[in-house]
Design a protein. Structure first.
Length: 154
């Protein structure tokens, strides 16, 4: 069941859109901000509020890669694997990040601290290779800096 705060924020968001369904991504982001991810139960509640089926909303959620449909760690690391980042060493960056975080690709570390996910593009090609931690973009990253960067995220 959606909390009073989640429902209030989603209802406020609805005023910005021509249809209830158009607010689907923002509604799921609100739930995710409160809960860390969007469970099946939450998805059904949001779908009902938006006059959508759960399957329709899940289609949106699975298309939009920043909606997490399963639990994630306290900090989410997105390693860009675009062509530019790949050419400039994203594979080494990803490997070192996996070692330093204790999270394999697509997994969460055993202590629940980090989830490591590849992402198609972070839009930072001019500073490749790049990664993002909790919305903080880090560019021109080399594997040697990863441990230091991760230490800032307890």
């Amino acid at each position: 069941m959606l909390s009073t705060e989640e429902r209030r924020e989603i209802e406020a968001e609805l005023t910005r859109y021509p249809t209830r369904q158009a607010a689907s991504v923002d509604a799921m982001k609100i739930v995710q901000r409160y809960r860390g991810w969007v469970s099946d139960e939450s998805l059904k509640d949001v779908a009902s509020l938006l006059d959508m089926t759960a399957d329709e909303l899940d289609g949106v959620a699975t298309f939009y890669n920043m909606i997490f449909r399963r639990p994630v760690g306290r900090h989410v690391i997105l390693v860009c694997n675009s062509v530019t980042c790949w050419i400039l060493g994203a594979d080494r960056l990803h490997a070192q990040t996996a070692i330093a975080s204790g999270a394999g690709s697509g997994e969460t570390s055993s202590d629940g601290r980090f989830t490591l996910l590849p992402i198609v593009c972070l839009g930072a090609c001019d500073h490749a290779p790049a990664l993002m931690i909790d919305g903080d973009l880090h560019g021109d990253v080399d594997a040697a800096r990863v441990d230091q960067m991760l230490s800032r995220y307890p």
